[in-house]
Design a protein around this ligand. Sequence first.
Ligand code: ZN
Length: 400
Amino acid sequence: MKYRIRPLMMLVICLLFAAWFVGPSKVLALSPASIRIRVDSNLVQMVDSLPFVENGWTYVPTRAVLEAYGVDSISWNAPFVIVNKGDMTLKIPIGQSFIEKNGIKITTESPALIKSSRTYLPIRAVIRALGGTTVWDPETKTVLITRSNTDISSAGSSRKLEISFIDVGQGESIFLNHNDTDILIDAGLESQGGRVVNYLKSQGVDDLELVVASHVHEDHIGGLPAVFDAFKVQSYLDSGISAATYSYKALESKVIAEGCLRFDDGNQILRFGDLSIQVIETVAVYEDLNDTSVVILVTYGNTKILLSGDAGVAVDRYLTKVGPVNLFKAQHHGSWTGNSEFLLSVLRPGISVISYGIGNPFGLPSQSAMAILKKHSGNVLWTAGKTVVISTDGNIMMVQ
Ligand SMILES: [Zn+2]
């Protein structure tokens, strides 16, 4: 008997402990305030009604999310929520597991609900009916919504992407603008922060949708704290490597104080309207901090832009997968440590741009790298003494 009771008691104790342990964390994980929603990377602002999980399905406040998705109208005709987008009409009944799309019934896993006189929609089913996709990211407790290509191309757009390689002397700073999307990658040395801020202001920037710190060297991140001081920053991406340097600590404290959304440099695609920012993860082990540089492939229409900070030949094998590109930011200020013959023969850029200042103390750009860049690029430009601005309509690159 002894031996039969004791295991049973142990089991009861274990179950009680497990219930105590799992219970609160589960409640925390599903508490409304902790669920975030992003449409094409843009965080949806929800004030008076928040998402929640019921029977395993995530429910979201109707208006905030559908407006962020870009539907034309939302109306109420009991018992239906009626959503119009282009030539599509969705009729979503409350309390029934189907959605009517242009008169055709689609069975769903979960019905729309009314709670405290507000309507909540089962996010997955509705977005699927609209033609988009949803992914649940458990780590950040975020529902990631991606709109369909048709939604994106029908969105209001000036059809122009502008890329500025800002003259920051010995350093690097790249600014991308497309409609209301403003993205900054690096801001040169600390002494250049003001110059970068002024340039962004001259371009009408009010906030930055994304700031990228390519790697921890001061000639890239030194000016970023001034940028955080001057603009609201929505999201931030870095290499995930820390450093015991003044410039790294200064930047990190600004990022923390800003409380913006943070991304690491793992493989992922961030979408801003019809602009795609593909982050390409490279070497896990490195000897040179330059090789930890965040690698970004920007795709806009039919054009590709490759930005890889100060990365050297150690990351070539990741970059060659990208294939030919229209615009290449030459690596490491035109150093021989990158810009290899192997890499450039695959990338064959229409334009290569080198960021460096006149009288570079390391003799950059190196003659050998310059020869390779010239051999394989349609055109080679540099920032020494002049900000280089290139614009594209998604097909043709134009130097301003
Ligand atoms: Zn550098």
